[in-house]
Design a protein. Structure first.
Length: 406
């Protein structure tokens, strides 16, 4: 303690059993809150090691405990975590359900979270509909189930909590719409060349300041001569002195150095590279971005694309309308939006609409109610971190204990 070694010597009583047939002849008094029978550590030390194990798992936890002067292997730390009592959460009202990867691409489980308290409720070893339904049936009183659009979670919620309102997560709806929009843009890839036709004005090299930092005294007059210089350069006249003399005959009174400095980049890059049309993913990003937050240059490029492609123009309108429904919780307008989409020639968006109609009640609730699965996604990422700490060597029960208690 404070750099000094301290030895505690508690005194306890020892009792002797007078019954000769008793296998346990003596009994030692235990100090409440300090010791327990057959334990090599105090209750406080067990609690400290357990908290370290919850935060860092076995190997890292054992290293940190050693810094504190407590010797113990990683298995000891994990064993103390495993011995912790099961948490007793309150009966949830709004539950979020999602999958997590026990072994990515091979084994998946289910995580359930209380959306109101943001605390994890349980981990299930698989993502089968029957397993989720059994858990929901054991917890009556659930009123809302937030989920993605996976069919096994929808079926599990229908069976296990038939009276609960199922809410499709808005993030997944928007992501699915983005995927459908990108497929639509890819079908009209030829229309993207419109952005190159409506190219920006030629970016001539800016008139650089002099080496001493002072501006060119004739900059405002030299700017009027730049189009003539570019035109003569394109015709093949690349001699700076000749061009300087030409613009002097047109009224330019500046020096030769300004002309030479302006033409220098043209010698390094004699021709501007051909403009490439934007990729479908780039255009999709423009469409999915709120017009008020889209940079002016990208807004002009998107406008050039939409002018020559009525299908993509219609797609942009539908995406904006869906975004308004999503952010302003106007789920009652979903049938009209679906009808408007059906009226346009957008096959990829029609496929998206077909999926919405198969899960219409949950999608409408997701666009009308304030609940979402955002907190569940956060716990899925947390589970990934916990699994990495455990080096994949601990079983499901210990993983579940750490997720619920950490």
């Amino acid at each position: 303690m404070a750099g000094r070694r301290v030895v505690l010597q508690p005194r306890v009583r020892r009792f002797t059993c007078e019954d000769v047939s008793c296998g346990r002849r003596t009994f030692v008094e235990q100090v409440a809150g300090l010791t327990r029978r057959y334990s090599q550590r105090t209750e406080r030390m067990r609690s400290v090691l357990s908290e370290i194990g919850l935060a860092l798992a076995g190997r890292a936890g054992a290293r940190l405990a050693d810094v504190f002067g407590v010797r113990g292997s990683r298995n000891t730390v994990l064993r103390l975590v495993d011995a912790l009592p099961e948490p007793q959460p309150q009966v949830p009202r709004v539950v979020g359900v999602d999958e997590y990867a026990a072994r990515k691409g091979r084994v998946y489980g289910t995580v359930l979270v209380d959306v109101e308290t943001r605390r994890p409720l349980d981990l299930l070893p698989d993502r089968e509909a029957g397993t989720a339904a059994a858990w929901l049936a054991e917890h009556p009183g659930i009123e809302v189930v937030c989920r993605d659009r996976a069919p096994f979670f929808a079926e599990g919620a229908r069976i296990g909590a038939p009276t609960a309102v199922q809410v499709a997560d808005r993030f997944h709806l928007w992501r699915n719409l983005g995927e459908a929009a990108e497929r639509c843009v890819s079908r009209h890839r030829s229309c993207l060349r419109a952005t190159t036709a409506a190219s920006e004005p030629e970016k001539a090299p800016a008139l650089a300041p002099a080496e001493n930092g002072a501006p060119w005294p004739t900059g405002h007059r030299f700017a009027d001569r730049k189009p003539h210089l570019r035109e003569r350069w394109a015709e093949g006249c690349t001699n700076a002195w000749t061009l300087w003399e030409e613009i002097r005959t047109h009224g330019y009174t500046g020096g030769y150095g300004a002309v030479r400095a302006y033409l220098q980049p043209f010698r390094t890059y004699p021709t501007a590279p051909a403009a490439r049309p934007p990729s479908p993913r780039t255009v999709t990003g423009w469409i999915l971005t709120h017009p008020d937050t889209l940079p002016e240059s990208e807004r002009l490029k998107l406008k050039a694309v939409l002018v020559d492609c009525p299908e993509l123009d219609a797609l942009t309108g539908h995406v904006c309308a869906f975004g308004k429904m999503l952010t302003q919780l106007q789920g009652d307008q979903l049938p009209e939006w679906i009808k408007a989409v059906r009226a346009d020639d957008l096959p990829s968006l029609h496929t998206f609409v077909n999926g919405l109609e198969r899960d219409l009640a949950a999608v409408t609730a997701g666009l009308a109610l304030p609940w979402s699965s955002g907190v569940v996604e956060g716990h899925v990422n947390r589970i990934k971190t916990i699994k990495r700490q455990m080096y994949g060597r601990a079983g499901f029960d210990l993983l579940r204990k750490r997720v619920l208690l950490a």
